[in-house]
Design a protein around this ligand. Structure first.
Ligand code: HXC
Length: 510
């Protein structure tokens, strides 16, 4: 017995030591925490239950037989975040560069399988040199096993990837299939082929950071949702984020007591919209003034900034917010904003999170870049996502809602449950100027006549009342009452139940 206990302690100590003091120091010197330090920060104190500490790889090639570290480069298990269960894996770069062996993959798969069975989120901390080169196809098979589980878990439990080191080659596809990707600036990168291969194939010279760093992915490509300054900030934000999510598609997001009254009037909203319809205003200000305690967890804030997406609470319950941002590209829809919002809407629908949409959209962005880039298909993604969503949908049109974009943005016709408009709303096929130029082309040379027709069009259509007369708008509300009206609507919709027709799955325009 004593001998076994001694062995146990030795093995535990070896696992905890990871790749050894030198490699741990090297990790710290790069400004990165170790796999275990990250788990400690992520989870509630003393809540981590570790599994598979004694797992070792089974490779004998290339001298690997004599190099074994208990745990094999990944720390796995479960614990709690503010008292709620989560499963976690954290790759240990100090052990074979965090590379994925067959055994390492089996450990990840085990926690994913269990998370799916009990219905709890999976948080993966990625810091890895990719497939364990010495293991060849066994490690590729391991990746594919993880991929398959990512797919099965999609829409069942939330999956969050935190990229805290290298993530290259086919390995990027596991995070890509998870719901959210958080990265760390100047410390993490994701790419399918690295700078050296890029140089050989396309003769481009590019740094790791430029090719696949946190800034690149959170601004340009939109692969990452958020970029943080360091490991600590990223992990603390993951904790805040998890708080807003349901554990699985079998349960609702946790409600939180709020001291913010649901009937709070926000008088400053009455003057938010400038009198000049072409002047922008900050939609984020509106969101912050309407949600509980002004707390808006924005996702992809630096990518496709013409649309805002993120989570907040209203009356203590989590809601997904989608809003056009007039400050950027006048808030119009384009390829990137359509894709960004569509994926967000689909996440909300998977996990029964009500969607609140604020609309100020002059239409789709014109141009060859957009048309040749397939705006038709990308715009249709957002249309499809809203139309298929069965969660409660509350919409507020603050100003412009023109053309196809009016239909897309959670309109009544796409099963919007409650659709409000502010008195400043303009709901029409297009803006007065464009409309008059087309329907009164014969008067083009007569400036007075055109001005008169434009005013006539503005009076008739650039209001919420034509849509209101048909019941497409349920009510025209005072801006200051927006919070109250949305909260009441959400409360009314709490037990909403509608079902789409049976199908194997839909065929969203990918
Ligand atoms: C085995 C690896 C490894 C790997 C790194 N190491 N990557 N061991 N398999 N894939 C080991 C190194 O030998 C080294 O061991 C330790 O990890 C740290 O690596 P360094 O190179 O010293 O670190 P650094 O300079 O920071 O560079 C990190 C790196 C580099 C950029 C990740 O290691 C690298 O390029 N690795 C190979 C990446 C790669 O090509 N992977 C395969 C991708 S393809 P010691 O003992 O010296 O500490 C892939 C396919 C997936 O993943 C397919 C899925 C379908």
């Amino acid at each position: 017995m004593q001998e076994i206990l001694k062995q146990l302690e030795e093995k535990r100590a070896a696992a905890r030591a990871g790749g050894g003091k030198k490699r741990v120091e090297a990790q710290h010197a790069k400004g990165r925490l170790t796999a275990r330090e990250r788990i400690e920060l992520l989870l509630d104190p003393d809540s981590f239950e570790e599994w598979d500490m004694f797992v070792e790889h089974r490779c004998h090639d290339f001298g690997m037989g004599s190099q074994r570290v208990p745990g094999d480069g990944v720390v796995t298990g479960y614990g709690t975040v503010n008292g709620r269960l989560v499963f976690v894996f954290s790759q240990d770069f100090t052990v074979f560069g965090g590379s994925l062996s067959e055994a390492h993959a089996e450990k990840i798969c085990k926690v994913m399988d269990q998370a799916l069975r009990v219905g709890a989120p999976v948080i993966g901390i990625n810091d890895s040199g990719g497939a364990r080169i010495q293991e060849g196809v066994a490690s590729l098979a391991g990746y594919a096993e993880v991929f398959q589980r990512n797919i099965m878990a999609s829409g069942v439990v939330p999956q969050i990837s935190v990229i805290m080191g290298p993530c290259a080659g086919g390995a990027v596809y596991s995070p890509a299939m998870t719901d959210f990707i958080f990265m760390v600036k100047d410390s993490s990168y994701m790419f399918v082929t690295g700078p050296e291969v890029v140089k050989t194939v396309t003769h481009e010279t590019v740094t790791f950071e430029q090719l696949g760093g946190a800034v690149t992915h959170s601004q340009k490509s939109g692969v990452a949702d958020l970029a943080f300054e360091n490991d600590v900030e990223a992990l603390l934000e993951v904790r805040r984020f998890v708080d807003m999510l349901p554990a699985s598609n079998r349960s609702k997001a946790p409600a939180r007591q709020t001291t913010d009254p649901i009937d709070r009037d926000e008088m400053s909203l009455d003057t938010l919209i400038p009198s000049n319809p072409n002047k922008p205003y900050d939609m984020k200000e509106l969101i912050q003034k309407v949600v509980d305690e002004g707390d808006f967890f924005e996702l992809q804030p630096a990518h496709a900034r013409n649309i805002l997406t993120g989570f907040a609470r209203m009356g203590g319950e989590t809601v997904g917010i989608v809003a056009n941002q007039p400050m950027v590209l006048a808030g119009c829809l384009d390829i990137d904003s359509s894709r960004k919002a569509a994926r967000f809407v689909r996440f909300c629908d998977c996990f029964e999170i009500p969607i609140v949409t604020f609309v100020d959209v002059p239409g789709f962005l014109p141009g060859t870049t957009q048309e040749h880039g397939a705006i038709i298909k990308h715009g249709a993604k957002l249309l499809f996502a809203y139309g298929e969503a069965t969660v409660p949908k509350v919409t507020v049109i603050t100003r412009k809602a023109y053309g196809g974009a009016y239909d897309v943005m959670s309109s009544k016709h796409l099963r919007g449950d409650v659709n409000f408009a502010w008195p400043t709303a303009e709901i029409a096929v297009m803006g007065p100027k464009g409309a008059v130029e087309i329907i009164f082309r014969a008067d083009a040379g007569d400036a007075d006549k055109i001005a008169e027709r434009t005013e006539e069009y503005r009076q008739k259509f650039a209001t919420p009342f034509v849509a209101g007369a048909r019941g497409f708008i349920d009510d025209v509300i005072m801006p200051h009452s927006t919070r109250k009206r949305i909260c009441r609507s959400l409360a009314m919709l709490r037990d909403k139940k509608i079902e789409n027709p049976w199908k194997k799955h839909d065929n969203i325009p990918l």
